[in-house]
Ligand binder design. Structure first.
Ligand code: FEO
Length: 169
């Protein structure tokens, strides 16, 4: 495996691991605050990020590289409110999308079309991840606080109806 590709994929492993940790922290905050649906959405999101991390780990190892498991930085534990949480989810997903795009650019530079093909799944996934965060923010903007209870139930139903994420590579 090309060294520069192995390096950038290991950086991505760390980012996906942090994403899982960040959403776990948000889920725990929401659960403690009594938002059952929102916490469930975030717990599942955290699990999905772990699957993303595993996809990268397996890919690096299967292609003859060495996947590195590094320390995860501590995520924030306190949030102002539900809007604050989802704005941070969106901001984080935009950051991850930029990272995936950097991998795509490097694959093109290095003419690594195998990794380019592998990473296409993540390009498509990022569109969905940003879309769901924006959809929830839009709903939050429409609602007053008294309706948060109903939104909480609505989000739980969204998660239940969602397509399961693709299996581990
Ligand atoms: Fe794995 Fe939400 O990006």
């Amino acid at each position: 495996m090309i060294k520069s590709i192995e390096k950038i994929l290991n950086v991505q492993i760390e980012k996906e691991s942090y994403s899982s940790h960040l959403y776990l922290s948000m889920a725990s905050w929401a659960e403690a605050a009594g938002y059952e649906g929102i916490s469930q959405w975030l717990y599942v999101q955290s699990d999905e990020e772990r699957l993303h991390m595993l996809k990268f780990i397996h890919y690096v190892n299967e292609r003859g590289g060495n996947a590195i498991i590094s320390a995860i930085k501590v995520p924030p534990a306190k949030f102002d409110d539900v809007m604050d949480v989802f704005q941070k989810v969106l901001k984080h997903e935009e950051f991850v999308t930029a990272s995936i795009n950097e991998i795509v650019a490097l694959c093109n530079n290095e003419k690594d079309f195998t990794t380019l093909n592998f990473v296409q799944w993540f390009v498509a996934e990022q569109i969905q991840e940003e879309k769901s965060a924006r959809a929830i923010i839009d709903k939050l903007k429409l609602l007053g606080k008294q309706n948060l209870y109903l939104l909480d139930k609505d989000i739980m139903a969204m998660r239940a109806a969602a397509e399961p994420v693709g299996g581990v590579a």
